[in-house]
Design a binder for this molecule. Structure first.
Ligand SMILES: C[S@@+](CC[C@H](N)C(=O)[O-])C[C@H]1O[C@@H](n2cnc3c(N)ncnc32)[C@H](O)[C@@H]1O
Length: 262
């Protein structure tokens, strides 16, 4: 039987040490890791900041509803696990456009009434918001945490990512929060090792678009930025010693920010 071509969610799963991947995903993951040995650190830190953000949104901001778009294959410490450990009543909707992700997530979550999974494409935000699964589970009159972790860089400029985010944010009530994690270009004046890491990562991501720090911050325009603002992944409310950007250039290649809708 022919194995399927590589896909984003499974390559990411492989780089995280997961088992839900095929030969082509592993081959691409290995090629990325040869070109960019720190890629494992990059994906682990992406998961780590997602956990810290969810903890913040539920514990400190008091949210009890989360929409996670581009949720990916279930792995250790998923959004619902972090949120529901703080309050088991927290409702979570996972949205992804990859059928393999949806199948895995549905199997894993069959017994969890507070968490649902639905198919949807971020490029069609109005359809996504009208999805009956989402509407049954999330009360759009109550504050929501919208998680866009590691997905906006897959939306190309001509697919109008800023309008996508605006449509979603417009549908949320005041007191809602948005989290963005986005791969960034480190800029022209960086050391050779950072430039090399960026080239390797770009090749690995394939379809996608790196943006500047300011372009990432612009996704949160009109909202109140939560401290410390738009920063690198390890700088966002670290709970352990912050890894040095000097010795871990891959960490310069993503920016994150959380903001509250006034
Ligand atoms: C790199 S994974 C990120 C997983 C998780 N959010 C995290 O940060 O750990 C990106 C996910 O986005 C999904 N994805 C990519 N483009 C999408 C789109 N246009 N609409 C919905 N999901 C998308 C992929 O299927 C994949 O599961």
């Amino acid at each position: 039987m022919e194995t399927p071509p590589p896909n984003i969610a499974r390559v990411y799963d492989y780089l995280l040490g997961g088992k839900d991947n095929y030969a082509a995903d592993r081959a691409l993951g290995d090629r990325i890791a040869v070109a960019l040995p720190q890629v494992h650190l990059g994906v682990q830190q992406q998961r780590a900041v997602l956990r810290r953000v969810v903890d913040h949104l539920v514990r400190e901001a008091g949210l009890r509803q989360l929409i996670d778009i581009g949720s990916g294959l279930p792995t250790a410490e998923n959004v619902h696990q972090v949120a529901q450990r703080i309050d088991p009543e927290t409702r979570v909707v996972y949205v992804d456009n990859d059928p393999a992700v949806l199948a895995h997530a549905r199997a894993l979550l069959a017994d969890n009434k507070q968490t649902v999974v639905t198919g949807g494409d971020l490029r069609h935000p109005a359809e996504l918001l009208a999805d009956p699964v989402l509407r049954d589970h999330i009360d759009l009159d109550q504050p929501v945490g919208l998680l866009l972790c590691g997905i906006l860089h897959y939306i190309l400029d001509d697919e109008d990512p800023y309008a996508v985010v605006r449509t979603l944010v417009d549908a949320l009530p005041s007191g809602s929060y948005v989290f963005v994690h986005h791969l960034i270009t480190a800029g022209p004046d960086v050391d050779a090792d950072v430039a090399e890491a960026e080239a390797a990562l770009r090749q690995g991501v394939g379809r996608g678009q790196f943006r500047s720090h300011d372009q990432v911050a612009a996704f949160l325009d009109g909202l109140d930025l939560v401290d410390p603002g738009v920063v690198t992944v390890t700088e966002w409310r670290p709970d352990t010693d912050t890894l040095s950007l000097e010795t871990h250039p891959v960490l310069r290649l993503a920016a994150v920010g959380v903001a509250r809708k006034p």
